[in-house]
Design a protein around this ligand. Structure first.
Ligand code: 0X9
Ligand code: ZN
Length: 446
């Protein structure tokens, strides 16, 4: 957590996402500039959906406790009394107990050293060394601050709510269209996978960069002729869970209770194209569990509603980490997409983006075949040119999902030019196959 304002807004946003409605509406007033009428209506509908979300859990009387217990049989006894043991460091045992368990422990002569109410637990933050990354509250606060700074051409909204009731926030950047007609649009999505925090930073800081450079000719033109949508965190519950203890938990999925003791659906297997096929798991406990049915998850349904409200959305990027790749459909099959002209455009735009970033362009399935991903659905169902970026680093040895604070600046920086290029292409993505489609970065003064 970086600043007091962040704290206040984070608290407001989190409270709003649990109670849904009032505070969120106060923070995010939706379609403030009134352009793109269709989307405006969709936002209202989505806000209505959010308003019906129930509080996630009833009053919580559980505590995080530390107790002194020596030996395995004593720990087993404490567990039998109801203590859920989560950590053992010598004789100091940490775990979760509700009030009646606390009483049983006391009656059995087990002394509680410290306790902290879970109901009062605010999500903890990133480890201090990674404080540059935005937690959920800070994402919301950053979006709000970009929106206030760019009044007249930026507005914040929510596309729906997560399993635990957090709003899935978004930002639209673009001046109202001159002729009243909807402009071509491009969208940038982050954090389908919780532990891929850099995939939030890139679209979020791209939004800030665009707002701060709005007066420059090239950016101004894009804002006048395109609508740019930023959805930096599709899986907010997973992201908060990943950082909740101060130590990363390697969380990938959302926080759906699968009803068999396991938690989580892989949101990038839950879309409706070749759903449940190769590269997606039928086992709920698996990290690549596809869920009970396509769009079973509120997070993927929110993306679907968002996309369906925007017939002019022609281009999409789904950011992930890591491996340094730019990938195009199909991911769920080895064969190439059947439309040769579209394939040429896909290849050209991926290769162009790869040149700027130093990443490698390839068909998604070349990495591995995996069904039900975002871009396969976007292309198959909606004809949206959708790329999956696997951001920095290249390997686990370079930090894997947790490459540290030093990765943020350079990764954001090198991904700005590809994003601007793709935004420009939104009017006619087939143009990508034409080599002169866009000025090189140096010519563009970046
Ligand atoms: O497996 C995924 O969902 C993505 N990789 S990640 O390491 N970020 O989890 C890759 C998705 C690309 N699509 C396919 N290969 N289908
Ligand atoms: Zn991923």
């Amino acid at each position: 957590m970086k600043r007091a304002l962040g704290l206040a807004l984070a608290a407001a946003a989190l409270a709003a996402s649990a109670s849904a409605g009032g505070l969120w509406d106060a923070l995010f007033d939706g379609d403030s500039d009134g352009s793109s009428g269709g989307f405006s209506a969709a936002v209202a509908a989505l806000t209505g959906e959010a308003a019906s979300v129930k509080p996630v859990r009833k009053a919580d009387d559980r505590y995080w406790v530390t107790v002194r217990i020596d030996g395995k049989s004593a720990r087993t006894r404490a567990a039998s009394l109801g203590l859920s043991i989560e950590s053992v460091e010598g004789s100091l045992v940490g775990g979760v107990a509700d009030l009646s368990t606390l009483k049983r422990l006391k009656d059995a002569g087990i002394e509680v050293q410290s306790r902290r109410a879970l109901s009062g637990f605010r999500p903890e933050d990133f480890p201090p060394a990674d404080g540059i990354y935005h937690n959920y509250g800070e994402i919301v606060s950053e979006l709000q601050s970009i929106s206030s700074a760019g009044s007249g051409f930026v507005s914040a909204f929510s596309i729906g709510t997560s399993v635990q009731g957090r709003a899935i926030p978004g930002l639209r950047l673009g001046y109202p269209s001159r002729d009243g007609r909807a402009k071509p649009a491009a969208a940038f999505l982050g954090a389908h996978h919780a532990r891929e925090h850099l995939s939030t930073e890139v679209p979020l800081l791209l939004a800030r960069w665009i707002a701060e450079h709005a007066r420059e000719a090239r950016v101004k033109r894009l804002l006048e002729t395109r609508d740019i949508y930023i959805l930096p965190v599709i899986n907010p519950d997973g992201v908060e869970y990943d950082i909740a203890t101060g130590n990363y938990r390697w969380q990938r999925k959302n926080l759906k209770d699968n009803g068999d003791g396991s938690v989580g659906v892989d949101l990038n297997r839950n879309y409706d194209f070749r759903f449940g096929g190769e590269g997606a798991s039928d086992y709920p406990g698996s990290d690549t569990y596809h869920g009970p049915s396509a769009f079973s998850e509120p997070e993927t349904r929110a993306v679907r509603s968002f996309v369906e409200a925007l017939p002019n959305l022609k281009l999409m990027v789904s950011y992930h980490t890591f491996s340094e790749l730019v990938m195009y459909p199909w991911g769920g099959a080895d064969e190439p997409i059947s439309d040769g002209r579209a394939l040429a455009a896909f290849k050209a735009m991926a290769e162009r983006a790869a040149q700027w970033t130093g990443y490698r362009a390839m068909q998604s399935s070349e990495l591995y075949v995996a069904t039900g991903d975002t871009c396969d659905w976007a292309w198959a169902a909606k004809g949206i040119f959708c790329l999956t970026f696997e951001l920095t680093p290249k390997s686990q040895g370079q930090g894997g999902f947790y490459p540290g604070s030093g990765a943020v600046g350079p990764t954001v920086q090198k991904n700005i030019e590809p994003a601007l290029y793709l935004i420009d292409l939104a009017d006619d993505p087939y143009r990508a196959a034409n080599a002169t489609a866009m000025a090189a970065p140096k010519e563009a003064g970046i």
